[in-house]
Design a protein around this ligand. Structure first.
Ligand code: NAD
Length: 511
């Protein structure tokens, strides 16, 4: 139900809100209360054209703005964001549902990329070779692409856009961000912050909407690249469509991350890690642990320790601690009612398939609105690879324990999976960890670290059906993605040492 207090969330272009002429509107809800708090514009073709045009208009001037000035804006943005992150976290909690401390965590990881991009002058330095051939020098440089498109998922409304836009902007590009329609307000808050930081109008723009908005970005001749994060089927569609339209594309998809616990592991550390990584953000993380592979004989003991911890978790409205109402909940609601129901039906299907329900989240008692989209943490044991709950990305607070007889069997499970985003091994044996690191076909690996999200100066990305394209996010790969290379070969005539010149139609040799 909409109420008079709901807000309209519209596009942002040229440094200001843009009402446009949307094709329709989508409700935005607070998942902890189930109440509609706003409605977001679903871009029409005309809206998309207007927002892309704003980015295009600003592109030439921003691309030639001095590195010194661009860096100053980056530092100003970093300071503002750091000092006001509580405000943004409250917006994230109200639309996504994750608890306040988790929202602060996502902003902090996004801030790391802003800080990395503050060093853009160093990152954009080219090479120079003097006297590469007689009297000839060569230098290389990296130049901005122009207008770049970023399409982001619901689960990290601030961090995922920040994997890309700080580097894109610092490198001299202008941005059109298409955030998820489920939690769109963070994008507008960030856009207003950029203006406050002194970013010229039109450099950072927001286009709201669904498939039509995405398609407009994928097909526009004025958009040079697409950075997408979301589910695998859409990532694949985005990769194919945008590539066909001549763009460079990085499209990050879904995941099913396995945590392998070897018999010599510290079981308390492993149990804490499984709970944190399985149920943090209600399991709605692409780096969540959704499968735990317990290598014989520690399975029974490990499941008991995980179950004990899981039963202590407080499920509730993630915003309450911010208003001083006692201990913060450990885990919030799921993002929408439809998603909650889908995850719940996976639990039904796992039970029907014969997996053992050790902790049942369907019985949840949550501290929050009765209409909230609640589902408690669920622990399955004796899961086998043929079950739906093993094969599908559930994207909810459901942890499946699979038993393996050996290290080899555990690694074979990791490598047979269609996804290759993240994985972790828990062991006290350095040799086994080193072997695991070499054996697995996965992009991001943790050793006694359950959520191995790389720091900003390394790059984030999976293998197999977790990434379409060849460039990972942020780090030097991000800088490479958002720039094009040029190599310049130069000869200046020195009057004191003139080259002989003359006609020579053969292919130029260097000597
Ligand atoms: P989603 O694929 O439904 O949506 C992602 C974006 O695509 C949104 O902006 C959405 O509006 C748009 N979109 C949705 N349907 C579309 C369509 N038919 N055509 C064009 N665009 C469309 O993903 P989600 O539910 O928002 O996010 C969860 C998914 O994202 C999970 O699969 C998760 O693993 C994945 N994810 C991956 C990473 C990673 O780094 N690999 C990070 C975060 C989330």
């Amino acid at each position: 139900m909409t109420s008079p207090e709901t807000t309209d969330i519209v596009h942002w272009a040229d440094g200001a809100a843009l009402s446009g002429s949307p094709d329709g509107w989508a409700d935005v809800t607070n998942p902890a209360t189930g109440r509609v708090t706003g409605r977001v514009a679903l871009a029409s073709e005309a809206d998309a054209a207007q927002v892309i045009a704003a980015a295009k208009k600003a592109s030439a001037a921003w691309g030639t703005t001095s590195l010194a000035r661009r860096t100053q804006v980056m530092f100003a943005f970093r300071e503002l964001l750091n000092s006001r992150k509580d405000e943004l976290a409250a917006i994230i909690t109200a639309e996504h549902g994750k608890v306040h401390s988790d929202a602060i965590g996502e902003i902090s990881r996004g801030l790391e990329v802003v800080e990395f991009a503050c060093g853009i002058s160093h990152l954009l330095k080219g090479g120079h070779s003097e006297e590469a051939s007689t009297g000839v020098d060569v230098h290389s440089k990296r130049v901005p692409l122009g207008v770049v498109g970023i399409i982001s998922p619901f689960n990290f409304p601030a961090m995922v856009p920040m994997w890309f836009f700080p580097i894109a902007i610092a490198a001299g590009n202008t941005v059109v961000l298409k955030p998820s329609e489920k939690d769109p307000s963070a994008a507008n808050w960030l856009a207003a912050l950029w203006t406050e930081a002194g970013l010229p109008d039109g450099v950072f723009n927001v286009l709201h909407g669904d498939k039509a908005a995405v398609d407009a970005l994928l097909t526009s001749p004025d958009v040079q690249s697409i950075s997408f994060v979301g589910s695998t089927p859409i990532a694949e569609y985005v990769y194919e469509t945008a590539s066909r339209h001549g763009k460079r594309v990085q499209a990050l998809g879904g995941a099913k991350n396995h945590m392998v616990v070897l018999p010599d592991a510290d079981l308390d550390l492993a149990a804490d890690s499984a709970v944190n990584a399985g149920y943090g953000s209600a399991g709605e993380r692409c780096m969540a642990i959704s499968v735990l592979v317990a290598v014989d004989p520690i399975g029974d003991e490990l499941v008991a320790r995980i179950a004990d911890r899981t039963r202590t978790l407080l499920i509730g409205d993630g915003g309450r601690s911010a208003t001083g109402e006692g201990k913060e909940a450990d885990m919030g609601p799921l993002v929408t009612k439809a998603h909650r129901d889908k995850v719940s039906s996976f639990i039904d299907s796992g039970e029907a398939a014969g997996a053992k329900v050790v902790v049942d989240g369907r019985d949840v008692k949550a501290r929050g609105g009765e209409e909230g989209f609640w589902l408690g943490p669920t622990l399955f044991d004796d899961v086998t690879p043929d079950m739906d709950i093993y094969r599908e990305e559930i994207f909810g607070p459901v942890l499946s324990v699979v038993r393996a007889k050996s290290y080899e069997e555990a690694v074979a499970l990791v490598n047979a999976n269609e996804y290759g985003n993240g994985t972790a091994v828990f062991t006290n044996d350095g040799g086994a960890a080193r072997r695991f690191e070499a054996d697995v076909t996965v992009g991001m690996i943790g050793v006694n670290v359950p959520v191995p999200v790389p720091v900003a100066y390394y790059s984030f990305g999976g293998w197999k059906r977790s990434l379409f394209g060849d460039t990972h996010a942020h780090g030097t790969e991000g800088v490479h993605f958002f720039t094009r290379g040029k190599v310049v070969t130069t000869r200046w005539i020195d009057p004191a040492n003139r080259p002989e010149g003359g006609l020579e139609l053969g292919f130029p040799r260097n000597d």
